[in-house]
Design a protein around this ligand. Structure first.
Ligand code: FAD
Length: 403
């Protein structure tokens, strides 16, 4: 229950950020009747439309379902059973479901966020404050931290005291800044590569994800819905999307995703998103400081090379939501104590896989014949060695038994 002293209302948990991580934690807390406030700098309409991820791993969907958060997803998401590499003008289908019995789910992030907001606000009666400004965290190393922000309607500063702060405000939020160098280590990796991220109003041209490994650079094709397809084109980091008129984009996509005479042609359509992402990673260790617990992209950014970021955000949220409920219900706090370490094992595993996959995607475009040769060797091995194929499938699907 929110206790109201006129100036400093108190809630057990303040969640900063209404992305997949923050909303999932909020929903877990509300399901256990724990009060919390979710603070978000954008409007509800904006976060429900912001396009990003699409690929969700089976364990993550299971986790959402166990917490009553997967109804929309199970109704509308597509199941994928294979991906296809295209290189040297040929196509090589990798049927991971045949190999493992497991699959990927494809569900656009805006739909998941819409489901999570609706469940949190409209069904579970959660308190979410949108369009807030200038969020600041205070007294994190005390038993009574607080979060202040500017109310968008009154322009007044508001202060919430709490027992815990969840920093789920993504890569550009304020929470990570609270972990100064003497409080946490930030490990960074820069791939020195850019991706032109595109959304096309065009139906997918394949029933599976396509990876084009080409001397001009990587190209990717990922279904988002029956009407919309995400494409990626490797480009120089910091490149200007203006350098990529539509004709150039489609010409490069056709060339880099060429798969021989029997490959269906790409279906073209209006490009509704065109932006350059610089590929870089970071990991904050530990993910906690005092009463602040980071979750999702605020704690670890994984370049979208292996489509892992939202999956990791959900993994953190499951562990953190459950640990907070347990502690606030009188538990011994073991879940909170072990939270950072438990998250980081999977985080580092996924980072390593992204780095491996980056070498495969980008190796032939590096202008180095030696790297080109080893890249093709890696690719061929996936289709000639059952052991290599099994290992790739395990990492691609995130289905290792232990991390
Ligand atoms: C093009 C692209 C494709 C991707 N594809 C995939 C994929 O297929 N699979 C996958 O798993 N991942 C993918 N990702 C990564 C995925 O989108 C992110 O990892 C995921 O959004 C992280 O969720 P989050 O809740 O941690 O952070 P976010 O989704 O970034 O949410 C953080 C929220 O905090 C808000 N916020 C920011 N600052 C503040 C503040 N100061 N105060 C309050 N609120 C604040 C933001 O507005 C935002 O709503 C992709 C990313 C991109 C860019």
């Amino acid at each position: 229950m929110t206790t109201n002293s006129p100036s400093r209302p108190h809630v057990p948990v303040v969640v900063v950020g209404a992305g997949p991580a923050g909303l999932t934690v909020g929903n877990i807390l509300r399901a256990a009747s724990v009060d919390c406030v979710v603070l978000e700098t954008e409007s509800r309409e904006f976060i429900e439309r912001r396009p990003r991820a699409g690929v969700i791993e089976e364990w993550a969907v299971r986790g959402l379902r166990q917490r009553g958060l997967a109804d929309g997803l199970l109704e509308r998401a597509e199941r994928h059973s294979a991906c296809e590499f295209r290189f040297a003008g040929e196509r090589y289908r990798f049927s991971y479901t045949d190999l493992t019995g497991h699959h990927h789910w494809v569900y656009p992030q805006p739909l998941l966020v819409t489901d999570l907001v609706r469940e949190y606000v409209d069904v579970r009666g959660g308190d979410a404050r949108f369009s807030v400004r200038d969020v600041e965290l205070h007294d994190l190393d005390t038993a009574l931290p607080s979060v202040s922000y500017t109310d968008p309607e009154t322009a007044e500063r508001q202060v919430l005291t709490c027992d815990f702060v969840v920093g789920a405000d993504g890569a550009r939020g304020v929470s990570r800044a609270a972990l100064a160098p003497e409080r946490a280590r930030i490990a960074r990796h820069d791939y020195g590569i850019g991706w032109l991220a595109l959304l096309a109003e065009a139906p997918p041209s394949s029933d599976c994800v396509l990876f084009g490994v080409h001397p001009n650079g990587f190209a990717g094709h990922m279904a988002r819905s029956p009407e919309v397809t995400r494409y990626y084109l490797q480009c120089p980091p910091g490149d200007d999307p203006e350098n990529w008129p539509d004709d150039r984009i489609w010409a490069e996509l056709h060339e880099r995703l060429a798969g021989g005479a029997d490959a269906p042609p790409l279906t073209e359509g209006p490009l509704i998103e065109k932006r350059v992402l610089d590929m870089h990673d970071y990991v904050v260790e530990p993910m906690t400081y005092g009463r602040l617990f980071l979750a999702g992209d605020s704690a670890h950014l994984v370049a979208p090379i292996a489509a892992k970021g939202m999956n990791l955000a959900l993994h953190d949220a499951f562990l953190l939501g459950d640990a907070l409920v347990d502690y606030l219900d009188g538990g011994d706090g073991a879940g909170l104590d072990g939270y950072s370490e438990a998250c980081l094992r999977r985080v580092w595993d996924y980072q390593e896989f992204s780095q491996w996959l980056s070498d495969v995607y980008h190796g032939t475009a590096a202008g180095d014949p030696f790297r080109g040769g080893t890249t093709f060797a890696r690719l061929r091995r996936l289709f000639t060695s059952p052991t290599a194929a099994a290992s790739f499938a395990e990492q691609y699907l995130g289905m290792a038994e232990h991390y």
